[in-house]
Design a protein around this ligand. Structure first.
Ligand SMILES: *Cc1c(COP(=O)(O)O)cnc(C)c1O
Length: 385
């Protein structure tokens, strides 16, 4: 007998760290943009693992790649070569415009690698990060994450200075003799889907170049088509020195990567960095299938088109408690003058999963495979609420 909802929750309460605020449903299965809970209730998923399931849940090509690979080879040590790592690295270089890749398993790990590389390459220790930035929960990543509540209990962390986001001059002023690098999200995700001005990243790139400071772009949330480009950096036509990615990389399977330009990457030599599970044959197979699906189904373009559609539909709601609707591709935020937790709860009851970030921003990051009809349903549910 499968466990019912109450049985599942009681085991969580007894055995699992209570570090998450979970919503009162237990999910059993998912396909495309739909998830089903243990009671058989179906939901349109506008959370998608928080920008993870870009190709949709359980995409048949990703599932089949994982099945086939699992029968052949799951994991060997990075003491050996595997074909999948080689092929995937070439693919990643092609879509990212960077030269070399280090494989890991999550966003925070990718950020850890990036910070270590920037410190080794620069010989310096301090990072410039932005207010409301989110880069992950491990100690290095936390040192450049802004939220006081996340940081405070774990200080001292690595040295960092925080400057306002979307203000290039603030970065110029903050650069000092001990600056190892600047780390930024091209669009702030957890910070509330904050989209900087069109010139911001270009100006930051120029400031970093003028001062010989490394630019790390954290594309963990914005990568793999999410914003209507393969990576959000393309909106500004810049290339960072170091880039991080994870979330959507493995089509739902845990996978991350830190990428860098050749001369920066050269500062990491044998023994400088490692990961037992980084780039397993299984994760690489999932990531290769994921990239193939994004290309074949033209999901980058689809994200762009459907993102504009969703924003225009949401604007039609035209309610006075909606302060702003903003988005790039299918990374959309609706900022409210009220907290959004109640709306999230009501939408869930009506069969739509939404995420609330920064207390009053509803974040829409559905699978890029979602249909217009499903988006219409999402908007009409919001209208009813
Ligand atoms: C989610 C996220 C991370 C952390 O990724 P994990 O896989 O949870 O460690 C880092 N940076 C950004 C921009 C993110 O959105």
């Amino acid at each position: 007998m499968p466990l019912n909802y109450n049985e599942i929750v009681s085991k969580y309460e007894k055995y699992i760290f209570q570090t998450y605020t979970r919503q009162p449903i237990a999910i059993k299965s998912a396909q495309g943009a739909l998830v089903t809970d243990v009671n058989g209730k179906e939901y349109i998923d506008c959370v998608a693992g928080i920008a993870v399931n870009n190709v949709g849940h359980c995409h048949p090509e990703v599932v089949s790649a994982i099945k086939q690979q699992a029968e052949q080879l799951i994991h060997v040590s990075n003491l050996y070569y595997t074909e999948n790592q080689a092929i995937l690295a070439e693919e990643l270089a092609g879509i990212s415009g960077l030269d070399r890749v280090f494989y890991c398993n999550s966003g925070a790990e990718a950020v850890e690698g990036a910070l270590k590389l920037a410190r080794k390459a620069s010989g310096k220790k301090e990072f410039i990060a932005t207010e409301h930035a989110f880069h992950g929960r491990t100690r290095g990543a936390l040192s450049v994450t802004h939220k006081e509540k996340y940081r405070k209990p774990f200080e001292p962390l690595g040295p960092a200075v925080f400057v306002p986001y979307n203000n290039a001059d603030a970065i110029r002023s903050a650069i000092a003799d001990n600056t190892a690098g600047v780390i930024l999200e091209p669009i702030q995700g957890e910070g509330g889907v904050i989209i900087p001005s069109e010139t911001y990243l270009k100006e930051v790139r120029e400031i970093c170049d003028e001062n010989g400071v490394l630019l790390i772009l954290d594309e963990v949330q914005t990568g793999f088509g999410r914003t209507g480009k393969w990576f959000a950096k393309e909106h500004s036509d810049i290339t960072p020195d170091i880039m991080t990615t994870a979330k959507a990389m493995g089509g739902g399977f845990p996978m991350g990567a830190m990428l860098a330009r050749e001369d920066v990457a050269a500062n990491f030599v044998r023994g400088d960095h490692a990961s037992t599970f980084g780039g397993t044959a299984l994760a690489c197979a999932a990531a290769l299938a994921n990239i193939d699906v994004i290309k074949k189904e033209k999901l980058v373009e689809r994200s762009q088109v459907l993102g504009e559609y969703l924003v225009s539909k949401l604007r039609e709601l035209n309610k006075d408690y909606i302060l702003e609707i903003r988005g790039k591709g299918l990374m959309v935020g609706m900022e409210l003058s009220v907290k959004c937790e109640d709306i999230v709860a009501k939408a869930r009851e009506k069969g739509v999963l939404l995420n609330c970030t920064s207390e009053s921003v509803l974040r829409f990051v559905p699978p890029l495979t979602i249909t217009k009809q499903q988006l219409d349903t999402v908007v009409s549910v919001l209208d009813e609420i």
